[in-house]
Ligand binder design. Structure first.
Ligand SMILES: Nc1ncnc2c1ncn2[C@@H]1O[C@H](COP(=O)(O)OP(=O)(O)OP(=O)(O)O)[C@@H](O)[C@H]1O
Ligand SMILES: [Mg+2]
Length: 422
């Protein structure tokens, strides 16, 4: 029985902790929050701040662990790397893990290593710093430590600059934001995996994110991307170059890439040294490529031999189950639907009694449906059909109050580019 220490006990770590226990091994967890879900689910745990590397190391030593890991989070990576180095367990290089804290630092490293970068980019540590720089438009201002598109704003001209800088700083946890050129083109999410010195580009995923004329939010993913093979290889080459530049030696890496409509080049606009969320690593890649990312990642951390080669090439799509606002009063048994109409799986995020708010961000979904088709277009069409079929199974009673958009929060639809329709 192996002892695996999981750094961080937030929701993202739960699939990892559960899987370790299912494998018959022991999962230990650290988190500063005594109520963290991971501490409840794990074999045992300790209330320790995940940023306190030495306290985590001491706990790891006292347990005599066989592996140290994190899953889905990046804030925990430096501590994993620190413990890994000292206990001679597989982990990312410490310098790579440190880079993961700042999107600006990652961008700088990519630029130094010849990856595609358009125009000037720079960091600001106070809104006043904007006075010291020359801005070109359109540009994008975003927090250096951002996630979930929080604080990201497209700036079309000088009149919009101050508000965007303030907005980014208001959402920057560590007080730094950066400017980069806005890239015009289609956006793709790329899920890559590094194992035994090889980089696998598992999936180039097209995101659909739009509001229809009758107000429906259509939000989903599909792979293959539908791009010509030559464009896919340009993206893959850029990803491999970035992974080498960042010295990522193991595990999952998730990228946001825009294929520029101006010069045809792929531009990496975001790199998370972690799995892709939105079911990408947990369902899309396993169904599309026949690889179990979670199991492989546990084995890698234990120093075991891993076969990370993709085995399949299936057309998979997902659709977020975003319905009209209200309280979920009933969820009917959907198990009979799996295997029909291309439906591979339904993953619920909400349960009876939960409120579906009017859509503001990715948390405002009842869940996801995952479909398979003979072509990416067919998989996508089946996902749309399945979403409508499932509306009958997820009974939502409008109550009025929850439909109000929180005025303090800018809806995701109004931010960013590519995923947004405005
Ligand atoms: N330079 C850019 N050019 C064009 N669009 C951009 C640029 N930077 C960001 N965006 C848009 O804003 C979105 C969010 O930006 P980014 O990925 O950097 O932030 P994030 O906080 O990681 O968000 P998310 O978790 O949604 O990926 C991108 O997915 C893209 O649609
Ligand atoms: Mg991103």
């Amino acid at each position: 029985m192996k002892k695996i220490l999981v750094i961080g006990g937030g929701a993202y770590q739960i699939p990892l902790i559960k899987r370790i226990l299912e494998n018959g091994d022991q999962a230990y967890c650290v988190d500063a929050n005594p109520n963290a879900a991971g501490l409840q689910v794990a074999t045992a745990g300790r209330v320790i701040d995940v940023l306190d590397k030495d306290a985590c190391l001491k706990y790891a030593e006292s347990l005599g662990i066989d592996a140290v890991m994190t899953y889905g989070a990046t804030i925990t990576l430096p501590t994993v790397a620190y413990i890994g180095k000292r206990l001679q367990l597989p982990a990312l290089p410490e310098a790579t893990a440190e880079l993961s804290k700042s999107k600006y630092a990652i961008k700088k490293r990519l630029a130094e290593h010849g990856c595609n970068i358009q125009g000037d980019f720079f960091e600001m540590t106070s809104p006043k710093d904007a006075d010291d720089h020359v801005f070109t438009y359109p540009c994008v201002i975003k927090p250096s430590d951002g996630s979930g598109s929080k604080g990201v704003c497209v700036v079309n001209d000088a009149s919009e600059l101050n508000a965007a800088v303030e907005f980014a700083f208001a959402n920057a946890r560590f007080g730094s934001v950066y400017k980069e050129d806005m890239i015009r083109g289609e956006e793709y999410t790329v899920e890559a995996y590094v194992c035994n010195g090889t980089t696998y580009v598992y999936a180039i995923i097209k995101t659909t994110f739009e509001k229809t004329a009758d107000g429906e939010i259509v939000y989903g993913h599909r792979t293959p991307s539908g791009l010509p093979a030559e464009a896919e290889s340009r993206i893959s080459a850029e990803i491999k170059q970035a992974i080498a530049a960042l010295d990522i030696t193991m595990g999952s890496v998730n990228f946001d890439v825009i294929l520029s409509e101006d010069d045809g080049k792929p531009y990496i606009i975001d790199c998370g040294i972690r799995i892709g969320q939105n079911l990408i690593a947990s369902h899309i890649v396993p169904y599309a490529r026949g690889v179990n990312v979670l199991d492989n990642t546990i084995r890698l951390a234990l120093g075991e031999t891993v076969d990370a080669e993709p085995k399949e090439n299936r057309c998979i799509a997902t659709r977020l189950l975003i319905y009209r606002p209200g309280t979920i009063t009933e969820i009917r048994d959907m198990s009979g639907l799996i295997g029909t109409n291309g439906i591979r799986d339904v993953v619920m995020r909400k349960t009876v009694g939960d409120v579906q708010r009017e859509y503001q961000d990715k948390s405002d979904t009842c869940g996801w449906v995952i479909t398979e088709g003979n072509t990416p277009d067919e998989a996508e069409a089946l996902a749309g059909k399945a979403k409508h079929m499932l509306e009958e199974y997820i009974v939502i009673t409008p109550i009025g109050k929850e439909s109000t958009v929180d005025e303090g929060k800018k809806p995701e639809l109004l931010r960013g580019r590519g995923k947004a329709s405005v």
